[in-house]
Design a protein around this ligand. Structure first.
Ligand code: ADP
Ligand code: MG
Length: 408
């Protein structure tokens, strides 16, 4: 079965579509034959066929970002956005199919997260953890004439989980190894890791969000340079790191919180970027100015945000993952891998932790396509009514079937 996975992440840069050939897991051989607990023999088979990245039109990106950040959005506009994204996701799948000369039979669409609060908080006297992804599934199903699985996160939350991260299921299927301990690092708007010790069972998967990936760099690049990101890391490469600021922010409470944990724009969005910029500005008072505030060099702010991001990832791995040389490989993916300044600092730091950096491309999935592949795989499992959350990663009390199915 060919499944299209559709992902648009917290960066709100656009839509990634991956086409994946899925085949049902083989039956466990010979009735009663005991199967090793982490054996791959009954896993569904995943074959990557191709992918396409379709940027959001600039106006749509602005609208999505404004809706995420707004404390007071218009309900009518949010309803419209839900249907508009349904249209854009349909068109993205059609474009990907055309480009690759393939036709999908099922879609797994993550949708665009407008709000995610993984930890319960009091609302109207009740403790609620909540999440909201938009991009109407019925619209996609009818436009494409095939069933669509969407809205994956609420089922995990209903079972007491944080609704995230969900990609560890794919990591577990594809990257676990009897001998080699691996860490998968995806650097999107938010950065997250999945750690699979050698011979890991599903219960032993460690996964959490380390904190910002590109999000803080992007916000500051937009604010200071009017650019959507620090393309190819050139601004950061030309700047000087304000060490004290990078160190101080990497020590904020989120980073010292034990996993499982998730984060998003709620923690590292516009407000965080504003505080970060302020701290850069007040740390950059030159001695010669007699204590008078002078704004930091703009490129130094980007260099500092890049150093802070790398540092927060390194610290998370050091604190919560790496021990006794159990992990030796790190497989990097996500848009952040295209920022060589960020990646070279990370490669050096990770080398010190005994981790050799590899790319998800080496394993047959382009680094920009991995999350889209994950949602194709999750959709396939849901279609067969099989659970695909990883309770050790999300904190759910049990495995559950994720998502909602829309029919054409
Ligand atoms: N050439 C590049 N140079 C620097 N950063 C890049 C480059 N290409 C992509 N990125 C970064 O990757 C982000 C998109 O990554 P992605 O994995 O799609 O994240 P998300 O899942 O949050 O959408 C962009 O917002 C940008 O910050
Ligand atoms: Mg993206």
């Amino acid at each position: 079965m060919i499944v299209a996975g559709v992902m648009s992440g917290t960066s709100a840069d656009g839509i990634d579509v991956a086409l994946v050939e899925m085949s049902a897991r083989a039956q466990a051989a010979g009735g009663g034959a005991k199967r090793k607990k982490n054996s791959k023999s009954t896993d569904p088979k995943v074959r990557f066929l191709g992918h396409a990245e379709l940027p959001y039109p600039a106006d749509v990106r602005r609208l999505v970002l404004a809706s995420m950040n707004s404390p007071r959005a218009s309900v009518a506009d949010l309803a419209r956005l839900n249907f508009l994204l349904g249209e854009l996701y349909s068109e993205a799948v059609l474009a990907a199919q055309k480009r690759l000369g393939l036709k999908a039979e099922l879609v797994g669409c993550h949708g665009q997260t407008l709000y995610h609060q993984g930890r319960p908080a009091t609302f109207q006297g009740r403790q609620l953890a909540v999440t909201w992804q938009v991009g109407d599934g019925s619209r996609i199903a009818v436009r494409l004439g095939i069933p669509v699985v969407s809205d994956f996160r609420p089922a995990d939350m209903a079972a007491g989980g944080k609704g995230a991260p969900l990609v560890p299921y794919l990591d577990y299927l594809l990257y676990r190894d009897r001998e080699v301990g691996r860490v998968m690092l995806n650097i999107g708007g938010i950065a997250n890791v999945t750690a699979l010790p050698p011979g890991a069972t599903l219960e032993q998967v460690i996964a959490f969000d380390t904190g910002p990936g590109n999000m803080v760099i992007d916000a500051l690049a937009e604010q200071l340079f009017g650019e959507p990101c620090d393309r190819d890391g050139t601004i950061a490469a030309s700047g000087r790191v304000l060490d004290e600021v990078a160190r101080r922010f990497a020590n904020e409470s989120y980073f010292r919180q034990k996993p499982p944990k998730t984060s998003g724009r709620e923690e590292f969005g516009r407000e965080f970027a504003r505080e970060f910029l302020q701290a850069c500005n007040s740390s950059a008072v030159p001695a010669s100015a007699g204590g008078k505030a002078a704004p930091a060099e703009k490129r130094d702010v980007i260099a500092t945000a890049t150093a802070f991001t790398a540092r927060s990832i390194r610290d998370a791995l050091k604190r919560y993952v790496v021990r006794k040389g159990q992990f030796t490989e790190l497989i990097a993916s996500g848009g952040g891998t295209k920022n060589p300044t960020l990646m070279s600092v990370l490669a050096r730091d990770l080398g010190e932790l005994g981790l050799r950096m590899r790319s998800s491309d080496e394993f047959g999935i382009p680094s920009g396509a991995k999350e889209a592949v994950a949602f194709a795989v999750l959709a396939f499992e849901t279609w067969h009514r099989r659970p695909s959350n990883v309770p050790s990663a999300t904190g759910a009390t049990r495995p559950v079937v994720l998502g909602k199915i829309s029919y054409p």
